[in-house]
Design a protein around this ligand. Structure first.
Ligand code: ADP
Length: 381
């Protein structure tokens, strides 16, 4: 035997993703999602029910969690606030502190805490560890982390730019360095994480110096269902004039905006089909998405001054060659020259898609948040 395995749990409001990962080999023994938790017509009533189903799914795959070498359960927690920026062993005290952070992340932290409580009950014999999506960005330079608002108010309510997807940005930047055979501390990198949630980061010599998400995961790039950057005036205008309440506005900006809000579809594969059939709304949604992405890329090239690598990752970044081409088109003067054959070649795994003479190297680097979380967990033990 000798196998040691980590169960990684990512518990959202309506879904629970789980993966059983070997942190040493990097292999994933199982991975699946329980969806539609708590929805009216769904057979999955709550997170307790969801986790029991996850265990059944593993059992059907021939995996008994009580007898498979499970050494730790890793929980992805979106918001660590100012308090948590390292993998943290979960006990009652930490869990109640996580609960106290819920106002900072009302859409994300409560379901994570629910998932943690259920998992500790069902798997009491192993340690449980929280890994925070904000952790990597904890030491952002003050100039990047600070909103230009009343300073006392910001201090009192812990309002700063926290950044999210940190596990992915860190992992991808390290993998990019491995691919290039260079130490991370010698590289200035931009990572574009483009999935349903999307974010960008600028990393100088291994240290993050900018990222696009802020107090919450709403800020920055246009996403599947989130608006990304928006004038805060829109919020008060809708509240005052359209008489929408805070929950309605928050839900609209997070769940019914972005590409979905503009095109009625958030999946980029179906969006592409709509664009090809001449759908004007889909075309506009795509153009807005690309425009924002290019704006951030240009900004981060300026923030870094000198950039060695730009990496694309996550569902869209890894698979959508047209997005990569449109994001980088015409940037030769800024040092980015794509090789269109490399870019459009069917391939998986880390790969170079820039031309050999491009001053800035462009890579596609598959992310693996579950593996990164699993490794964080075992490093703590
Ligand atoms: P999440 O943030 O939910 O983890 P993913 O990283 O899985 O999201 O990314 C989901 C997005 O990736 C969807 O918009 C999906 O359409 C897109 N995507 C996945 N595979 C492809 C593909 N082969 N071509 C284009 N887009 C893809």
């Amino acid at each position: 035997m000798g196998d040691r395995l980590v169960l990684v749990i990512n518990s959202g409001s309506s879904s629970l993703k789980f993966a059983l990962v070997d942190p040493d080999s990097g292999a994933s023994r199982a991975a699946d999602t329980v969806e539609q938790i708590g929805e009216p017509t769904s057979p999955v009533a709550d997170h307790d029910d969801a986790l029991r189903r996850a265990f059944e799914m593993l059992h059907d795959d021939g995996i008994d969690l009580h007898d498979c070498g499970l050494v730790v359960v890793g929980h992805r927690v979106v918001h660590g606030g100012n308090r948590f920026h390292r993998p943290t062993l979960l006990n009652d005290e930490v869990i109640s502190e996580l609960d106290e952070l819920s106002p900072l992340a009302p859409l994300h932290n409560p379901p994570a805490v629910q998932g943690i409580e259920v998992a500790r009950k069902l798997l009491p014999g192993v340690p449980h560890v929280a890994v925070f999506d904000t952790a990597f960005f904890h030491h952002l330079p003050a100039a990047a982390a600070t909103y230009a608002i009343d300073r006392d108010l910001a201090d009192r309510w812990q309002i700063r730019r926290y950044g999210f997807h940190g596990t992915s940005h860190e992992y991808v930047s390290q993998q990019a360095a491995v691919f290039l055979g260079r130490p991370t501390d010698e590289l200035n990198q931009i990572v574009l994480h483009l999935g349903n949630g999307a974010s960008a980061s600028a990393i100088a010599g291994g240290r993050p110096v900018e990222t696009s998400m802020g107090l919450t995961p709403l800020e920055g790039l246009v996403m599947g269902t989130r608006s990304g950057d928006i004038d805060a005036g829109v919020f008060s205008y809708l509240w005052r004039t359209a008489k929408m309440d805070v929950e309605e506005i928050e839900s609209m900006l997070n769940k019914r905006s972005g590409v979905l809000g503009l095109a009625g579809e958030r999946d980029f594969r179906r969006l592409r089909t709509m664009i090809e059939s001449g759908d004007a709304a889909a075309t506009l949604a795509y153009d807005v998405f690309i425009h924002r992405l290019r704006k951030y890329l240009g900004a981060y090239l300026a923030v870094l001054g000198h950039t060695d690598v730009v990496s694309f990752t996550a569902g869209i970044g890894e698979h959508d060659a047209a997005v990569r081409r449109d994001a980088l088109a015409g940037l030769g003067e800024l040092g980015v020259v794509l090789d269109e054959d490399r870019n459009s070649a069917a391939a998986s795994g880390a790969r170079r898609i820039s031309a050999d003479d491009s001053p800035i190297t462009v890579l596609v680097v598959p992310t693996n948040e579950e593996l990164a979380i699993a490794r964080d967990c075992v490093s703590l033990l």
